[in-house]
Design a protein around this ligand. Structure first.
Ligand SMILES: CC(C)(COP(=O)(O)OP(=O)(O)OC[C@H]1O[C@@H](n2cnc3c(N)ncnc32)[C@H](O)[C@@H]1OP(=O)(O)O)[C@@H](O)C(=O)NCCC(=O)NCCS
Length: 180
């Protein structure tokens, strides 16, 4: 079971099936703000979808392919952060995240991301972390910038958002450059 303490208010813990109602509740309350850049939100319409997501991520965690973590803020689940695209040969992975609307703007995603990256470099022995975001998603893009990632490039028409192709920015940080 993955657990990553962040600070006095925040911790990350691997999602379990019993967390599904809380995950779904946050998602449902924030549907409007999340769907703008996360197309899967429209297909997630019941608690059952959150259960299936957690079960799928548990299977991936067993294979060390990915892991989904709940973000707890003052003991309430406020969002989800994940490690995916875990490549054992290259020792690298990508981080993704969303935070419920009422919890946004408090620095939660930045602090949680920082702690997860330190965990990934120290405990999982990764060498590189990437964050990819839709070019127009400035709030998301601010997180890797704040954490000192380098911009590595733009993947053109690399996702489809509400019927439109969109470009993705790739940012990365290497273990050797990480400020612990
Ligand atoms: C992108 C997203 C995860 C950011 O979550 P968040 O917790 O608000 O993000 P941050 O940690 O970066 O918070 C930064 C904001 O908090 C403020 N803040 C307050 N205290 C802070 C602190 N100690 N440290 C950093 N920022 C702080 C910043 O000023 C900033 O506000 P701004 O965005 O208005 O400039 C969230 O907006 C979200 O879920 N969006 C929809 C889904 C999405 O786009 N996911 C990413 C897909 S790639």
């Amino acid at each position: 079971m993955f657990e990553v303490p962040v600070n006095n208010d925040i911790y990350l813990r691997q999602l379990q099936v019993q967390d599904a109602p809380m995950v779904y509740k946050q998602l449902d309350l924030s549907r409007k703000s999340l769907r703008k850049f996360l197309p899967w939100v429209d297909y997630n319409t019941s608690e059952e979808h959150s259960i299936r997501f957690i079960q799928m991520m548990q299977r991936k965690a067993e294979e060390q392919e990915a892991v989904a973590l709940g973000i707890w803020y003052q003991h309430q689940l406020c969002g989800v952060m994940d490690l995916h695209g875990w490549d054992h040969q290259l020792q690298k992975a990508e981080i993704g995240y969303w935070v419920g609307e009422v919890f946004q703007g408090k620095g939660i995603a930045t602090a949680a991301c920082k702690a997860l990256i330190t965990y990934a470099f120290k405990k999982l022995k990764l060498n590189k972390i990437e964050i990819r975001f839709v070019l127009q998603n400035e709030r998301s893009g601010q997180i890797p910038i704040r954490l000192g990632f380098a911009k590595e490039g733009i993947l053109r028409h690399n996702a489809k958002l509400h019927g439109q192709y969109v470009d993705m920015v790739v940012m990365g940080v290497l273990r050797q450059d990480w400020k612990y």
